[in-house]
Design a protein around this ligand. Sequence first.
Ligand code: NAD
Length: 270
Amino acid sequence: MEPELEEILAEVRAARGAVVALTGAGISAESGIPTFRGEEGIWVVGSRHHVPQEMATRAMFDARPDEVWRWYLHRFGVCGAAAPNAGHRALVALERALGERFTLVTQNIDGLHRRAGSRRVLAIHGDAAWARCAAECGVGRLPQPEMGPRDRATPFTEADRRRLTCPRCGGWLRPHVLWFDECYDEENYGMDSALRAAAAADLLLVVGTSGETNLPAQIGRIAAGRGAALVDVNPEENPFAALARRSARGFAVRGRAAERLPEIAAALAR
Ligand code: NAD
């Protein structure tokens, strides 16, 4: 390990402070789940190609709920078929070593942290395991209906449609995920809890995120602003790496999560 990184981690370990890990799509890339960049996210409706930033919106759901559901069921199928990797497992080991001093904030909806064994997880963009009423009628969180993965061509049957109907008000269910044209909140997405964790962190460990969404960027600013150590793990340049380099106790690790997280977690837990 790079001596400068080792020094930062040893200092955090000795201080016995709080550690927040902030993960993005990159940690699940090595499990075979595509990030939002690249061809895999594209969805075709009729002759039009849609990027995730169009599909994952309230506006699209209101116009074409069936299409949006089919896109999600396709994505959820990919997530369900994937398995946690060494990066997810390293964060489980870190949680077991640090207990209440550890919080995992994830932007991923794939459930791989949970399936790996992480428990102290704030899923700030939601979780594919759940659905809720699209009209927020008060039915609460429901297990994701068992539908199986879908392709782009097969329309819903009557039975499919019933499974996607709110049992309380009879309207559409929606996936329990934050859409691009919606706001964070505490009730669904643990926003306040994530901000509190960032404000108490002695180390912010950022993994596999391009930092283009609002709350993760805010978490980075809060932690850096209070002088927390900042470590970014990503094979590519990104705003968190730049922030880490500007911080007094910061380090940008250029590498893959599954490769670098096990040694980082071990150094913190030693
Ligand atoms: P992003 O797609 O914008 O960026 C992914 C980042 O991961 C990039 O910076 C990339 O360089 C990095 N990366 C790629 N491979 C990596 C690896 N092996 N190890 C470490 N880093 C790696 O993803 P984002 O920043 O998470 O934000 C986009 C949005 O997409 C989020 O809202 C998230 O909810 C959603 N999303 C979730 C999933 C999932 O649940 N797995 C997948 C795709 C997108």
